[in-house]
Design a protein around this ligand. Structure first.
Ligand code: HEC
Ligand code: HEC
Length: 416
């Protein structure tokens, strides 16, 4: 049975229904209008020069919430069988991705999508690789906590109390929960866990790369010109401070109407099909024009987040540049796609099966409709320059920042 992820988000229903409706975009306000008191952990660097993210009024950010969220993020006690934490798929040294094509959840289910970087997630207009309906971090974080098919952390109605009790029983968490939610008589709840995790995810701001500091090598500078040229066309989708059209901040709240694009990875039929467990925004909208449409992800820290694309089917940045130069991917044999075995595992097929993926993505009608990714002729030098530019977006301070790291108290607890 293939695992659907964003279309049929199969959640532990009663527990969750109320939470999903909790945060609508209308609740967003400019930070300037609602000064965030006590959130000193939410910082921009002097170099980066982009604005702070917008924070929903229903979950104002405080240092205490961020600190609780940081502990929960790194704590395997948050999963049903205590085997996985958020960190299992989002590791700081990989810019909060995991280095594999497709991850497995805490009880062994394989996921159909590549673990995303959490770089600058506070700025996303939409969450996950291709879901137009997920517009807040709070909505998104519910999924890894409670999804049932596939299971990620495995919280459900039957085990929720037991899991909350694990935290109630520890002095460390008694303090953290009551500091984070001082108004609540009983602060131990799934809703508060989500608020704290979202607050921690919001401070994961990366704005200290060589690009931000204006320290580009000659190769990276040439690559930058190419990136922003009509020839390579990258900027049409990876635009703005976050190198993703689908970003907003408190100074720039305008959201482009088209936020999902088909870049020609597959074309399994003449009408633009992608593999059946991964049709992008189509899985949510049911509109055939959305087949294979995904959100252009941020390219910040992309050097650290291999393998690439929603299913990890391109192993390297060199491979990505080659793919765009070709104007899409023509899959004929297993040589034309990376990580085939694990992609087939997610589809419940034998490791070397290929016929179900064959097709010429260069002719995908939904790619052609957007008019981009039409291919370009570039010398080896130009391709290397583009890669050098992408690597100039790597923020080493971000991946070493102690504000984002596993808390000492958990390291000590788990060493005992
Ligand atoms: C088993 C692996 C796994 C675990 C555990 C996991 N994630 Fe993820 N995460 C993913 C995958 C895969 C995606 C992409 C989902 C998609 O596109 O459908 C993702 C996406 C996200 C996103 C959206 C990023 C974006 O740019 O839209 C956020 C935020 C996130 N995860 C936070 C968390 C938090 C917080 C936890 C812990 C509660 C967590 N994740 C646990 C694998 C995991
Ligand atoms: C038509 C819009 C569009 C254009 C033009 C475009 N991209 Fe993309 N890019 C996307 C989308 C959408 C994805 C995600 C696709 C998927 O996962 O199926 C993506 C993914 C990527 C990724 C993988 C990121 C990751 O985290 O896995 C890289 C790297 C990338 N693009 C670089 C580039 C470069 C370099 C160019 C120019 C040569 C470019 N893109 C042009 C839309 C575009």
């Amino acid at each position: 049975m293939p695992h659907y992820r964003s279309l049929i988000i199969s959640l532990a229903a009663p527990l969750i229904a109320m939470l999903l409706s909790a945060c609508q975009e209308s609740e967003y306000q400019r930070l300037q209008e609602t000064p965030q008191t006590g959130a000193t952990l939410l910082q921009l660097s002097a170099e980066g020069g982009f604005a702070l993210p917008v924070i929903p009024t229903s979950n104002s950010i405080t240092d205490a919430k961020v600190e609780l969220g940081r502990h929960l993020f790194y704590d395997p006690q948050l999963s049903s069988n205590q085997q996985q934490s958020c960190e299992s798929c989002h590791e700081q040294d990989k810019a909060f991705s995991d280095g594999i094509a497709l991850p497995h959840g805490t009880s062994g289910d394989i996921l159909a999508r590549n673990s995303q970087t959490l770089t600058n997630v506070a700025y996303n207009v939409n969450y996950t690789w291709g879901n137009p309906r997920l517009t807040t971090l709070e909505q998104q974080i519910l999924i890894p906590l409670t999804a049932e098919d596939p299971i990620e952390l495995g919280i459900n109605d039957a085990n929720l109390n037991e899991i909350l009790q694990r935290f109630r029983d520890q002095l460390l968490y008694q303090q953290l929960f009551s500091d984070a939610f001082p108004e609540d008589a009983d602060p131990f709840s799934l809703a508060n866990i989500i608020k704290a995790l979202a607050s921690f995810n919001r401070i994961l701001i990366s704005d200290r790369s060589p690009f931000d500091k204006g320290e580009l090598s000659a190769a990276a500078q040439r690559g930058r010109e190419l990136f922003f040229s009509e020839k390579a066309d990258c900027f049409h989708c990876h635009d703005g401070f976050n190198f993703s059209l689908s970003s907003k901040n408190e100074r720039s709240l305008t959201i482009p109407s088209q936020r999902f694009f088909n870049n020609g990875l597959y074309n399994l039929s003449q009408d633009g099909d992608y593999p059946q467990n991964n049709q992008g925004a189509f899985d949510v909208t049911g509109n055939p024009q959305d087949k294979g449409s995904f959100r252009p992800p941020t390219l910040r820290n992309v050097e650290l987040t291999a393998p690439y694309m929603h299913d990890g089917s391109i192993a390297t940045l060199e491979g990505v540049v080659e793919f765009y130069a070709n104007g899409g991917r023509h899959i004929q044999s297993s040589d034309d796609i990376d990580n085939l075995a694990i992609i087939n595992e997610s589809l419940g097929l034998p490791a070397d099966a290929i016929s179900h993926l064959q097709g010429d993505g260069r002719n995908n009608p939904n790619k052609q409709a957007n008019g981009f990714v039409s291919g370009f002729i570039a010398s080896d030098q130009e391709k290397a320059d583009l890669v050098a530019f992408l690597k100039s977006l790597t923020d080493r301070e971000f991946i070493n920042d102690p504000r984002f790291a596993k808390p000492q108290a958990l390291i000590e607890r788990d060493a005992r």
